[in-house]
Every structure is written in structure tokens, then in C-alpha cells.
Design a protein around this ligand. Structure first.
Ligand code: SF4
Length: 297
């Protein structure tokens, strides 16, 4: 039976002929939207780790994180090929020499076939992309940009600190390099319903990104979103609704779009709502069931 969508695992296996395991890294680079110097305050849902592993705060260098990540991937998946993923915060935010030093720490590992760099669309320059291109010249490079919504009204409501135009500019700039582009989107943002979420997907389809990561908005303790939630001013998206929207979104996209993620992965100890965000497997099953419905003639 034909797969319902192109997963990252399948895409990488087709490219490299073997399983490729992503190794999440925390370079501790911070983020211009929550840097105390810029006083912007951060996205209203941002957790203290900037959606990363927190490894930087435990004092682990990139090299040490790579070593332990590869060890784990070999044990767990018998993986022989790896793709470091600069995940936490904004991984192009920093002095160019510092970035060079961080990126280069991944290079010495055998089996390293590519790299993924997560950042904000307003935090990328030609100079940084050139650096990435020089360092990872014979590797597959994914640039991951957080868009979250294609509505400036929503972006302002969640205090993203960038606009849709910033994302468009980042895509244009990135297309000058032989890189792949993955967009992050969030469903269930305040003020958004099905119409707004599908508009975001249509925008991404039209701009032609290579991959998408889907996340539900979840409430993390002690964030501005948590305060809204406590006052009853924000209500989380329902699990079934989320699954249906994700399936519908996938059915809108070209088949070659790599679906890198179907749902978020909150830390149990920091999650306030929705409860179902802890139950990834059920959500994924629901999405697949909806996809079968959407795809059946
Ligand atoms: S862009 Fe990411 S790290 Fe920066 S404030 Fe928003 S959620 Fe936090």
C-alpha cells in the first residue's frame, strides 16, 4: 500500500539507502525574541529551554552531545548515518566565529550525512548561510524556519516578533543556496480556526517549502499563555480536531513535501494543557485515520 505521506525517515532512507538518525543538539545560542537585551519578551508559549533538550545548561559541548546522541541512536535504531539537528532556540543567532566553531564540532563524526539548523526567519543572513554552505559543503542541509502562522495578526498576538514577509525573505535568501527548507507551523493558536490554519498551509504550498513540521499549541507552566489559560482567555485545541486539521493540511500539500513531524512533544513536568499532548501515539493514529478518509476516492 502506498504510504499516506512522505515521512522524514522514508525521505532520508531513499536518499542515503539506510536509516539516518537526527541527533538533537542544544548550542545555547539564545533567541533574539527572548534575549534580555532586546526586551521583546519572547513568544507567549516559549518554554525555558527554547524547545530544546536543555543539554547546554548541563554543560555539555556540541561534541559531547553528538557523542552521546550517536551512541543512543546506534543502540536504539542500529543507525549508521546521522544528521545533527541544531534544535534549541535560534541557531543562527550569534557571532559568526562562534557559529563556525559550533557547527564545525559536528563534522568529525563518521556517518554524518547532513545537518538541520532550526532558527527564526528574521535571524538569518547571507553571511550565515554562506558559512553553513562552506562548512557543510558535501552534506544535505535543512534550514528549519519557525513560521507558525501565515497571519500577521496572529504573529503579533503571540508576540512572535517577526512577520510573514520576514519568512518570505528568508525563503528567498535560502533558495540561493543548495539547501532544503522546512517550515514549522502551530495549530490551535489563539484567534485561529480551520480557515486560518488552512490559509497557512496554502501559503506554504504556494511558496514551495520542502518540508513541514506540525505542532499543536500546548500551554507550558509560567508562560504568558499559561496566564491567559488560567483566566479562561485561551482554550486548547481538541485532539480530534487537531488530527483532522493536520490530515487535511497534508492532503493540501504536494506528495513530495516531507512531513517531518505530526505532533508536538512537550515535557511532562512542564505541560499544563491539553492533556492529550502527552499521548502522541493516539494523535498520530487519528491523523493517519483521517488521512485515509481524505485520500480515499
Ligand atoms: S522563537 Fe523560539 S526560542 Fe525564541 S521566543 Fe519564540 S519560541 Fe522562544
Amino acid at each position: 500500500m502506498k504510504p499516506l505521506y512522505l515521512s522524514l525517515n522514508r525521505f532520508l532512507k531513499e536518499r542515503f539507502g539506510k536509516r539516518v538518525q537526527k541527533i538533537p543538539l542544544d548550542a545555547g545560542l539564545g533567541c533574539p525574541n527572548r534575549d534580555p537585551l532586546t526586551r521583546k519578551g519572547g513568544c507567549i508559549y516559549c518554554n525555558p529551554q527554547g524547545s530544546g533538550t536543555g543539554a547546554f545548561f548541563k554543560g555539555l559541548s556540541i561534541k559531547e552531545q553528538m557523542e552521546s546522541g550517536i551512541k543512543w541512536a546506534k543502540r536504539r535504531y542500529k543507525a549508521k548515518a546521522f544528521m545533527p539537528y541544531f534544535q534549541a532556540y535560534s541557531n543562527t543567532y550569534g557571532d559568526i566565529e562562534h557559529l563556525k566553531n559550533l557547527y564545525r564540532q559536528c563534522l568529525e563524526f563518521p556517518g554524518m550525512v547532513g545537518v538541520s539548523i532550526g532558527t527564526r526567519p528574521d535571524c538569518v543572513t547571507h553571511e550565515v548561510l554562506e558559512l553553513i554552505s562552506d562548512i557543510f559543503k558535501d552534506k544535505m542541509v535543512w534550514m528549519e524556519y519557525g513560521l507558525q502562522s501565515a497571519s500577521d495578526k496572529t504573529l503579533s498576538l503571540i508576540n512572535r516578533g517577526h512577520t510573514v514577509k520576514d519568512f518570505e525573505d528568508a525563503v528567498k535568501l535560502t533558495r540561493k543556496f543548495p539547501f532544503l527548507i522546512c517550515a514549522h507551523v502551530i495549530f490551535g493558536l489563539p484567534g485561529e480556526g480551520e480557515k486560518e490554519m488552512m490559509k497557512t498551509i496554502e501559503f506554504l504550498r504556494d511558496i514551495g517549502v520542502d518540508g513541514i513540521k506540525f505542532h499543536e499549541l500546548y500551554v507550558v507552566k509560567d508562560t504568558p499563555l499559561h496566564r491567559l489559560y488560567k483566566k479562561g482567555e485561551y482554550k486548547s485545541i481538541e485532539q480530534r480536531e487537531y488530527a483532522r486539521f493536520v490530515a487535511k493540511a497534508i492532503s493540501y500539500l504536494p506528495e513530495k513535501t516531507v512531513i517531518q513531524r505530526l505532533t508536538g512533544d512537550p515535557l511532562r513536568e512542564e505541560l499544563v494543557a491539553p492533556d492529550w499532548a502527552r499521548d502522541k501515539q493516539t494523535t498520530i493514529k487519528m491523523i493517519k485515520d483521517f488521512l485515509k478518509q481524505f485520500k480515499s476516492p
